[in-house]
Write a protein that binds this ligand. Sequence first.
Ligand code: GRG
Length: 302
Amino acid sequence: MDSTQSKLDELRNAIDAGLDRYTAPVAGWPERLCEAVRYSTLAPGKRLRPLLALLACEAVSGGWESGIPVACAVEFVHVYSLIHDDLPAMDDDELRRGLPTCHKKFDEATAILAGDCLQMLAIEVICREMPNEKVQKCCQILSHAAGRAMLVGGQADDLAAEGRFGVSTPEMRENDPLGYLKSIHRRKTGALIEASVLLGGVAGGASADHLGSLGTYGRAIGLAFQIVDDCLDLESTAEQLGKNTRKDCTLGKLTYPALLGLEDSRRLAEQLVCEAREAIAVLGQGGESLCELAQFVVDRSK
Ligand code: GRG
């Protein structure tokens, strides 16, 4: 496990170096906006999505270096979604990654624009840094996962469930609460996690079969990640997580522990990790680090 930890540290350093390089000031980029982007991006996140991208790249090609542009691109989209989610019109949060949220540190307009910058920076980095023959596929995967039916649609339905999107609570919530919850999680959180694994696979030149296996792995750990997130929201303090906790129950949100209880939720997350590991067994030794990262998703404490 120690060698896994030092490997993850090495990859995190490479990811942070990429994030730093790709957000360096350029002519025409207002200083305050650049500062806001770098403040939120370089803040101490877990870097789960870029790690998944690099390990998927390594699993299919034997090396992770060529995955750096997609790894950073997916983190940019993730950070944009966090900045916008924290805004007063959405989750209205003051704490993120253990620091004041972007709009608290700067101001609302700057936070909105920082998120806007990050979305396009993700596409810019893919178009500029990836080999031509991989650019289209990468843009397809990322725009789908971050787009209207996935990240954004999932967020909209989540707000609707709180009655904050100008529409009443969707019927599905009443009739099939577990199906409804799964659909929101799959789109709001799971799609970008699955995309991270797929992007790494494409960067590493994965075959169609291997991409299929990586997709199954990504969907399973995407859901496991969110189930654990729901559990940690109940079990941990804001200090431990670096963000405010227990908002879910305050808002009366549907969550896995609310529906299944903590114990069964944790059991389901473990089961999903087993499914994820089975899906990438075809990758043999190359997929070992991905298997270990899947376990980290359920064992994590923040
Ligand atoms: C604004 C379009 C739009 C979408 C927002 C990110 C998001 C969707 C909502 C955030 C609320 C939330 C708790 C989402 C589910 C889990 C999640 C994405 C947690 C944050 O991800 P981590 O734990 O964060 O990987 P770090 O900071 O470690 O990168």
